[in-house]
Write a protein that binds this ligand. Structure first.
Ligand SMILES: [Zn+2]
Length: 119
């Protein structure tokens, strides 16, 4: 397999992945306590408690997305090491650089990603 990216780009993307991993990790740390079970507040109305639970479910969903992204980032580090980074896992074409810059953890090109979502 040929390297999809030249060396400077590969290093830049590795740095972008590291930055992203750090940012997402601290996001998880910062939202950890808020994601814990809603404590039953004294005198809290049923409505405000439902509101709080709703907000919390959104927060939890976001945290799941963040955790999944972190896992994808770990896999991307592996692809940087083995030289397959930047190549679509599906069609083996190069993933467009603007896409990699927007989603450094991307493992599929836009076309394959879109095809995967359609099914
Ligand atoms: Zn593809």
């Amino acid at each position: 397999m040929t390297h999809a990216l030249d060396e400077p780009t590969r290093l830049a993307m590795r740095e972008a992945l590291q930055d992203l991993a750090e940012r997402l990790s601290s996001l998880l740390t910062n939202t950890e306590s808020a994601a814990q079970q809603v404590p039953l507040k004294e005198n809290a109305s049923r409505l405000s408690r439902m509101d709080e639970m709703h907000n919390q479910s959104i927060l939890r969903a976001n945290r799941t997305v963040t955790r999944n992204r972190l896992m994808a980032i770990q896999k991307a580090f592996g692809r940087i090491e083995d030289g397959s980074y930047g190549t679509c896992l599906e069609c083996l074409e190069a993933i467009a650089l603007p896409r990699l810059k927007a989603y450094p953890e991307a493992s599929l090109c836009l076309a394959c990603k879109a095809a995967g979502e359609a099914t």
